[in-house]
Design a protein around this ligand. Structure first.
Ligand code: BMA
Length: 312
């Protein structure tokens, strides 16, 4: 019998890496989070949903990327100063960290009765966090900053709902606050695993062949949505240009901790760490209930975007 891995990424055998029991205060679930390296440590900003159903952000740190120590209290709460007060009333969700020009920027979802908006904060030390602005109209989320300017402009991917469809768009800014010149970059694919909705997950990773984007795709089924992770590659100097996209996912929910939780059948990433040898640790929320890691190499993910299309 031929033996092969079901998924392109390989799960850490001791997943989950952070569970509800690790959180030192009363809360509902812990899931999606952002990752970076700072002072030789892995820093993880994770999303914790409180018992009211609103999310806060909590810092965890680790020496090896697998064993994390979780902070005693959240580092970002919904803010009580306007305009954040209105637009974060239901929580701060799904952070992504981008190191850009010497600053760690945090793009996150501000969530309120008016829906989702992308918000931007920054930190230089992961002790003090400063909000910069709300940087999108309502109905937009999954904001991912590119880690450098391209042709003199800041660039981001985002996920507006337009025409009732969630696709991945790109937009540009001169100051990180006002964004425009938006264009469609990646679309849902009819009859595929990402046919219902897609959104960027991990901030774009620069490689020699292009910007590697790990995104999430959703298929709607009779028993609800299934969230999986996939990859595509964008041109380095013209990131509106798609160079390749894999037909099949790199990670699908299979393990019990990915199948069963507050939202069943979800693997959802907001961050990854690329090691010096080219290995990549992709952190993901599983079933909106715990945090896990799966690994691969950047090289194989890039090749996967470019290789002959195959469903097997
Ligand atoms: C998305 C986001 C994620 C969540 C996922 C599955 O729309 O809200 O935070 O993990 O749905 O519930």
């Amino acid at each position: 019998m031929v033996r092969f891995r079901r998924d392109i990424l390989k799960r850490w055998e001791r997943n989950p890496i952070i569970k509800l029991e690790d959180i030192p205060f009363r809360c509902n679930t812990v899931f999606n989070g952002a990752a970076t390296k700072f002072n030789d440590q892995y820093i993880f900003l994770l999303r914790v949903e409180d018992l009211k159903g609103h999310s806060v952000i909590l810092k965890a740190h680790s020496e090896d990327g697998y064993h994390f120590t979780v902070g005693k209290e959240p580092c970002m709460y919904p803010c009580d100063i306007e305009p954040y007060k209105t637009y974060e009333e239901r929580g701060v969700e799904d952070p992504r960290i981008i190191y850009l020009e010497g600053i760690y920027y945090i793009m996150y979802t501000a969530y309120s009765r008016y829906g989702a908006r992308i918000a931007l904060a920054k930190t230089e030390d992961f002790e003090h966090y400063e909000r910069i602005a709300i940087v999108s109209e309502p109905g937009n989320k999954d904001g991912l900053l590119f880690p450098r300017k391209i042709n003199g402009r800041y660039v981001r991917l985002d996920r507006p709902i337009s025409g009732g469809i969630g696709n991945i768009w790109i937009s540009y800014s001169k100051d990180l606050i006002f964004w425009g010149h938006s264009k469609l970059v990646a679309e849902i694919r009819r009859d595929f695993w990402d046919s219902y909705r897609i959104g960027g997950s991990v901030p774009p990773i620069e490689t020699e062949q292009g910007w590697l984007e790990i995104y999430h795709g959703v298929k709607m089924t009779n028993s609800g949505p299934i969230y999986r992770l996939g990859v595509f590659l964008l041109d380095l100097e013209n990131p509106e240009k798609m160079l390749g996209q894999s037909d099949i996912p790199i990670l699908s929910p299979r393990e019990p901790y990915e199948r069963i939780g507050d939202v069943n059948n979800v693997v959802f990433s907001c961050g990854a760490i690329v090691e010096e040898n080219g290995d990549i640790k992709v952190y993901y929320g599983a079933a909106d209930t715990c945090i896990c890691v799966a690994e691969g190499t950047v090289k194989e993910l890039v090749e996967f975007c470019l290789e002959e299309k195959s469903l097997f």
